[in-house]
Design a protein around this ligand. Structure first.
Ligand SMILES: Nc1ncnc2c1ncn2[C@@H]1O[C@H](COP(=O)(O)OP(=O)(O)O)[C@@H](O)[C@H]1O
Ligand SMILES: [Mg+2]
Length: 586
């Protein structure tokens, strides 16, 4: 007697359902996608009990004939593809023929439909896995799918669901995402009879974004278009001061399908690298269009994971086009004074012990150093030309003052700027390190006694895999058994740093970007950490000549407004703002 037997259809459907239907929001996604595939222009979504008790999607799409209605709840029954080749040119949301049977396996379903090309309205019911009908019904052209008692037969699944409020929020999010790509569709969603989301057909993308994400965000988004190599990208991105604490305002669509892709997320992160803080997340909506043959969507039942044939081209285009747009945006972050601090401002204006330095002549090349540690010998190249930085006076003498051994106040045409000495120096070193890396000129300092560092086999392997790259930075490592590494040399600029910590930083950077964005990301992240180690600190008193040198560098690189970790290098207060503060102007 055999121990193997073929599972019944009922069990097979439940198994499939486990992958497709996780929660009400996944049911909603499948039903709305079906409606959009059916050419709907308007959607009505009704929910009760967070979508668990009842979830109904009604569309005005093409509807179904009696035969199709009978077939649509069978596993692998679909009107969207027919042969294997079609899998490589999927242009619809659906193609697996899994959603309706899966949903019907874990709830009670009723489908009412009336075909656009003639015929009466019909209803099909599936209760406890048994189909009844089709039977005559009443209804307009289109389809209405009603799902009741989701997971009522599966207490384990029910327990896994969150509070009603959370499930509802997830439903709103799913519908929002689907509506973002389809600007021309109107929709309404109600929960227990109360409208929770309503949009009219929009004439353009910004209007649709405004309706879904808010006018304030939509008004600030920058539009980016890029194309080439069979790809086109339309992106709507927030400027550097429009950030979020999570990545929830990042949406990536591929040929209209909302996808999650690590390499694309990484390209987004990379585009903002150094322009925002590491814990901040930019707002970004990416609409990518490419030949369906260039991407495999048949990776996961939920169809949000895809595989690109040419991932590098896509990632490169995203990173480059977004970054270019971001760097083109004017002005450093402004300092604003809330009314409450106006009073304390008066104290801040009291005379300080330092003297305003006037007419500091340009110094000969000097090395910026960190206390007792010569971190870099960067040649200073004076540029007699006028500055292209609106913030700081042109070629004239610099007037500045170092305050609290941390900040440099500098007079500018516009008013005054307050520079963060560490952030600015860090940025400079970072640019220098990157350039040296490109030219393969990073020096390393051998350790007298190689340091042994023990890590997990996976971590050690990851580091060794990138040993050559690390060596180009001056960090020389080699294997010493499967879990121990030897650090033989460290970057000269970082000879005071702890080799173990340095290795861990490299590991962190590697693990974060594991194989996703290529080595340039790693190089940039590592250079950023190294620059931070080597830069002057708060508390370091700087000779005027070095301050002047720093400021001149800043003048020559006006676009680099943040340290590589994203902190602004300077804040500017305009004369106009000062005049307002002192009530000289209304
Ligand atoms: N709202 C709808 N309007 C018209 N036809 C629909 C609708 N929903 C489902 N169908 C039909 O039922 C079939 C099965 O749907 P589904 O199980 O979601 O699989 P898939 O979308 O992958 O084809 C679809 O291919 C389509 O022909
Ligand atoms: Mg479908």
């Amino acid at each position: 007697m055999s121990v193997i037997h073929v599972l019944s259809q009922e069990v097979a459907n439940r198994i499939a359902a486990g992958e497709v239907v996780e929660r009400p929001a996944s049911v909603l996604k499948e039903l709305v996608e079906n409606a959009l595939d059916a050419g709907a222009r308007h959607l009505e979504v009704e929910l009760e009990g967070g979508g668990v008790k009842l979830l109904r999607v009604t569309d005005d799409g093409c509807g179904m004939s009696a035969d199709d209605l009978r077939l649509c709840i069978l596993p692998h029954a679909t009107s969207k593809i027919s042969d294997v080749d079609d899998l490589f040119r999927v242009a619809s949301f659906g193609f697996r023929g899994e959603a309706l049977p899966s949903i019907a396996a874990v709830s009670d379903v009723s489908i009412t439909t009336r075909p656009r090309d003639g015929g009466e309205a019909l209803e099909l019911r599936v209760r406890a896995g048994k189909a009844e009908g089709p039977m005559p019904a009443s209804g307009a052209v289109g389809t209405s799918v009603c799902v009741r008692g989701l997971f009522s037969e599966l207490p384990a699944r029910l327990r896994f669901l969150k509070q009603e409020r959370t499930e509802l929020a997830q439903c709103v999010e799913v519908l929002t995402r689907l509506l973002l790509t389809e600007s021309g569709i109107s929709a309404r969603m109600t929960h227990e009879g109360r409208t929770v989301l309503e949009v009219r057909a929009a004439s353009d993308r910004r209007q649709r974004i405004a309706a879904l994400l808010g006018d304030d965000i939509a008004a600030r988004l920058l539009e980016v278009h890029a194309g080439g190599q069979g790809l086109s990208l339309e992106a709507w991105i927030g400027p550097c001061d429009l950030v979020r604490r999570t990545a929830e305002q990042q949406h990536v669509f591929l040929n209209g399908r909302c996808i999650r892709d690590r390499s694309v997320s990484f390209a987004i992160k990379d585009a903002w690298r150094g322009l925002i803080m590491p814990k901040e997340h930019p707002v970004a909506l990416l609409f990518i269009a490419m030949d369906p043959a260039q991407v495999d969507v048949n990776v996961h039942p939920q169809k949000s994971e895809v595989r690109f044939r040419n991932r590098d081209a896509l990632v490169g285009m995203i990173r480059a086009s977004l970054r270019q747009r971001l760097l083109g945006e004017p002005g450093p972050r402004r300092l604003h004074f809330p009314a409450a601090v106006q009073e304390s401002m008066a104290f801040a204006a009291a005379p300080s012990h330092d003297i305003v330095r006037e007419r500091v002549s340009l110094p000969p090349p000097v090395a910026l150093r960190r206390t007792g540690h010569r971190c870099s010998s960067l040649a200073y190249m004076p540029d007699a030309g006028a500055s292209n930085l609106p913030g700081v006076s042109g070629s004239g003498p610099l007037r500045f003052l170092q305050v609290h051994r941390a900040w440099i106040v500098v007079e500018s045409n516009e008013g005054l700027s307050i520079v963060d000495q560490h952030a600015l120096h860090e940025r400079w070193l970072y640019e220098e390190l990157l350039q040296r890396f490109e030219r393969a000129e990073c020096e390393s300092q051998a350790l007298l006694v190689p340091e042994q560092v023990r890590r997990t086999p996976a971590e050690a392997a990851l580091l060794l895999e990138h040993a050559e790259l690390l060596a180009r930075f001056g960090l020389v490592i080699e294997a010493f058994g499967t879990t121990t590494l030897l650090v033989r040399a460290v970057p000269a600029a970082l000879r005071k740093a702890n080799p173990t910590e340095l290795l861990d930083e490299a590991l962190q950077v590697l693990a974060d970007g594991e194989g996703t964005a290529g080595s340039s990301t790693f190089v940039a992240a590592l250079a950023a950490d190294m620059a931070c180690h080597a830069a002057v600190r708060f508390g370091d008193r700087l000779p005027d000549a070095e301050v002047a040198e720093l400021l001149r560098w800043w003048q020559q690189n006006p676009l680099l407004r943040n340290c590589p970790h994203g902190r602004p290098v300077a804040a500017t207060i305009s004369l106009q703002e000062l005049e307002l503060q002192f009530l000289r102007k209304k």
